[in-house]
Design a protein around this ligand. Structure first.
Ligand SMILES: Cc1ncc(C[n+]2csc(CCOP(=O)(O)OP(=O)(O)O)c2C)c(N)n1
Ligand SMILES: [Mg+2]
Length: 580
């Protein structure tokens, strides 16, 4: 068996049935072997970020490491954002990159480069294969490493001549790994949780990833704990409709601290730090709160804050053991659940009323748009969300119970959503997929639509078109900036020229519709269950400019000219407010 045959044999044994990639000359030996073998299927992406994002969605939907193939330094560079996101989201993935032919590597041939160093900061591990005989062991190692906690992407650089070589290589068998069992320290942790008067749980993304939601529910109910989702969670980690579900603190240490302030014990489960976004002084844990932490990755324990008990083990088995240890030990639990049920019902009714009150506005209010998406979701749907401001609203109105119903990346590298939605649907074809995307986000990964069209992947791509990077305007506003005083936001408007979403659909061969009302949006989303191919849904939503009553860049396209001609920036109005 030669190296490329070994490569295909190992991919098959590792369950790889699709390759997400974009090829160049250095991948031709691989493509040639694929042509002969007829499997796995090559899924072409027209930009490498899309390929890696598809692999991300696919791995999460199938529960297996996925596989992507990139082209030398250029392809790796384009794929880096996808790898950064996958690292943050703990997505197991093996990526190969064709390296230039070693026989002239010394001459710096076109597109060659230090692929390992390029990928090092964005992957869990990156290595270049030196000899054909090393390929099987390095590939097996890559798959094993990609799955081990913390899971993540692993890159192998493979010189093209090595794949074409006629060297005989020894295939290496697959080593089954026994799932991690319950952690030591369950009795100590149970004592701390049982003694709490106002316990809280932070449900991290490890819970959903490891399929441990039911076990966490058992612990929450045994203790009557309020359960917060970790900030900017990547998936369902606790049922949204459960009375103990207490929502999500925003991604700042101050917000996490505020959420935990009324509690005396916090049980932090499968949560990589709290992933703060905007800086706030101080740590995430309020003084006096005792923390019990459980993770499958030993490096997480006590990493950012001290803990009273740190448990390292499989999340499901450990939570199961904890639930058994706690059963019947907390007499107050039932009353806590009853109180939480009332509070949750009241909070949900208030949000519901607020959203419905916004329904009639034109263009559509962002909260009404989020609500309409939530209301329209067909049974078993998966929401792939890269929608920034509307995404936050969606998290308030969605109460998803089913595991793997929400897919997001805490990585924050934009351009992931379209590809991830394609990968999600390909990986779990029986679940309808609705991708909810900001217009800015969609444009970073728009090429992914072509792959959706090519493979007729039934996804509703819903683009929230506000014509701007709204979140950045809002951040400037919260800082009391000059931009806010002047109502001028350089670099944050996506018009003029306004993006033509119908034309985007036409470019990629995708049906495009524009919806004007919440009712229409709800209907289109409900139709995601019956799609036989992709649909691009444009939802014009009320912009920051409309909300704050100033002329957006779209309405004053000659500003730049005026400034260049010495027209200058208009003075702020005397009250420091906007100038209409
Ligand atoms: C690759 C990349 N470039 C830039 C950013 C910075 N960024 C964060 S949010 C955002 C704007 C998102 O705009 P949009 O999708 O339209 O959502 P909106 O804020 O309008 O809701 C940008 C540019 C990023 N996170 N990733
Ligand atoms: Mg936008």
């Amino acid at each position: 068996m030669n190296a490329v045959e070994a490569l295909l044999a190992i991919l098959a044994e590792e369950g790889v049935d699709r390759v997400f990639g974009n090829p160049g000359t250095t991948e031709l030996p691989f493509l040639d072997a694929l042509a002969a073998a007829g499997t796995p299927e090559y899924v072409l992406a027209l930009q490498e970020l899309s390929a890696v994002a598809m692999a991300d969605g696919y791995a999460r939907a199938t529960g297996r490491p996925s596989f992507a193939s990139l082209h030398v330094a250029a392809g790796v560079a384009n794929g880096l954002i996808g790898m950064l996101n996958a690292s943050r989201s703990r997505t197991p993935m093996v990526i190969t990159a064709g390296q230039q032919d070693r026989r002239h590597l010394v001459q710096d041939p076109m597109l060659s480069g230090d692929l390992v160093r390029l990928a090092a900061a964005a992957t869990k591990h990156a290595v270049e294969v030196q000899h054909a005989r090393d390929l099987p062991v390095l590939l097996r190692r890559a798959f094993a490493l990609s799955r081990q906690p913390p899971a993540g992407p692993v890159l192998l650089s493979i010189p093209m001549d090595l794949l074409a070589e006629d060297a005989q290589v020894q295939l290496l068998g697959r080593s089954p790994v026994t799932e991690a069992g319950a952690a030591a320290g369950v009795a100590t942790a149970a004592s701390i949780l049982a003694a709490a008067h106002r316990p809280a749980i932070v449900a991290g993304d490890g819970v959903g990833r490891d399929g441990a939601i039911a076990d966490l529910v058992a612990v929450a109910e045994a203790t009557g704990s309020a359960v917060y989702h970790q900030p900017m969670y990547d998936g369902v980690n606790f049922p949204g409709g459960h009375p103990l579900s207490a929502g999500m603190p925003l991604p700042t240490n101050a917000a996490v601290r505020a959420a935990l302030a009324g509690h005396d014990v916090a049980f932090v489960v499968g949560c990589h730090a709290f992933t703060p976004h905007h800086y706030t002084p101080g740590g995430p844990i309020p003084d006096g709160v005792r923390v019990v932490q459980l993770d499958s990755d030993p490096a997480e324990i006590g990493r950012n804050f001290p803990v009273a008990a740190g448990l390292v083990g499989g999340l499901g088995p450990t939570l199961g053991a904890l639930a058994r240890e706690l059963a019947g030990r907390v007499p107050a639990a039932a009353a806590r659940v009853a109180r939480a049920r009332e509070a949750a019902a009241a909070a949900r009714a208030a949000t519901e009323a607020q959203a419905l009150a916004a329904y009639g506005r034109v263009p559509l209010d962002p909260l009404a748009a989020a609500h309409a998406v939530a209301a329209g979701l067909p049974a078993g749907a998966v929401v792939v969300e890269e929608a920034i401001t509307v995404g936050l609203l969606l998290r308030r109105v969605l109460h998803l119970d089913r595991p793997r119903s929400y897919v997001h990346t805490v990585g924050g590298g934009l351009g992931w959503g379209i590809g991830a939605a394609v990968g999600s649907r390909l990986g779990a074809p029986d679940r309808p997929v609705v991708a909810v995307l900001g217009d800015g986000c969609a444009m970073f990964g728009i090429q992914g639509l072509w792959t959706a069209a090519r493979h007729r992947v039934p996804v509703a791509f819903v683009v929230m078109n506000n014509g701007e990077y709204r979140t950045l305007k809002e951040t400037l506003d919260s800082a009391g900036s000059a931009a806010t005083r002047l109502r001028r936001y350089p670099g944050l408007d996506l018009a003029p020229p306004a993006l033509d979403w119908a034309a985007a659909g036409a470019l990629f061969g995708i049906r495009a519709v524009r919806v004007g009302s919440a009712g229409e949006l709800r209907e289109v989303v409900a139709g995601a269950a019956d799609l036989d191919g992709p649909v691009l849904v444009e939802v014009p939503v009320r912009s920051h400019a409309a909300e704050h009553g100033y002329a957006s860049a779209a309405q004053r396209p000659f500003d730049a000219v005026a400034i260049a001609a010495g027209g200058g920036v208009p003075a702020p109005s005397p009250d420091g407010g906007d100038h209409r």
